[in-house]
Write a protein that binds this ligand. Structure first.
Ligand SMILES: [Zn+2]
Ligand SMILES: [Zn+2]
Ligand SMILES: [Zn+2]
Ligand SMILES: [Zn+2]
Length: 158
């Protein structure tokens, strides 16, 4: 099992008497005056990069994140492994990389975004109604004889 890890990057200078160290990124020797130290290994300043966006992680004081053998910048880590929020229909967490449907302040799994009475799914541009946080299709909404307040017709947009 791989645990999430947050690591800080530090810049270290090579003492002239020391043997050059191997870079954990390219396996070459580091002959530069400065190198980066992170994850208990040494790196060329150019070799410590985010696996997603290729940005250099060697800025002083920067933080990197590792997960499943990926080295990521904070932005990509949150994008991939953060969470969007709880699905308003099934109330389970939605990971940030998943596509979601949004309706007002709520987010839904794509699979959960359906009329909560007849389970009809919506397509982009379809009209749906939100009533007491319940999603309703137009038919069920109009067949509802209860007081029609707190209802906002919305359009599906992704
Ligand atoms: Zn290198
Ligand atoms: Zn990145
Ligand atoms: Zn859900
Ligand atoms: Zn319905």
């Amino acid at each position: 099992m791989v645990l999430d890890k947050e690591e800080s990057v530090s810049l270290v200078s090579l003492q002239s008497r020391e043997k050059p160290r191997g870079c954990a990124g390219c396996n070459g020797k580091i002959r530069d005056r400065f190198m980066l130290q992170a994850l208990d290994r040494y790196w060329h300043e150019d070799c410590l990069k985010c696996a997603c966006c290729d940005c250099r992680l060697g800025r002083v004081g920067s933080t990197l994140y590792t997960r499943a053998n990926l080295i990521l910048c904070r932005r990509d880590y949150l994008r991939l492994f953060g969470v969007t929020g709880n699905c308003a229909a099934c109330s389970k967490l939605i990971p940030a990389f998943e596509m979601v449907m949004r309706a007002r302040d709520n987010v839904y799994h794509l699979d959960c975004f359906a009329c909560q009475l007849c389970r009809q799914r919506f397509c982009v541009g379809d009209k749906f109604f939100l009533k007491n946080n319940m999603i309703l299709c137009q038919l069920d909404y109009e067949g509802d004889t209860l007081v029609k307040d707190d209802v906002a017709p919305c359009r599906v947009d992704v």
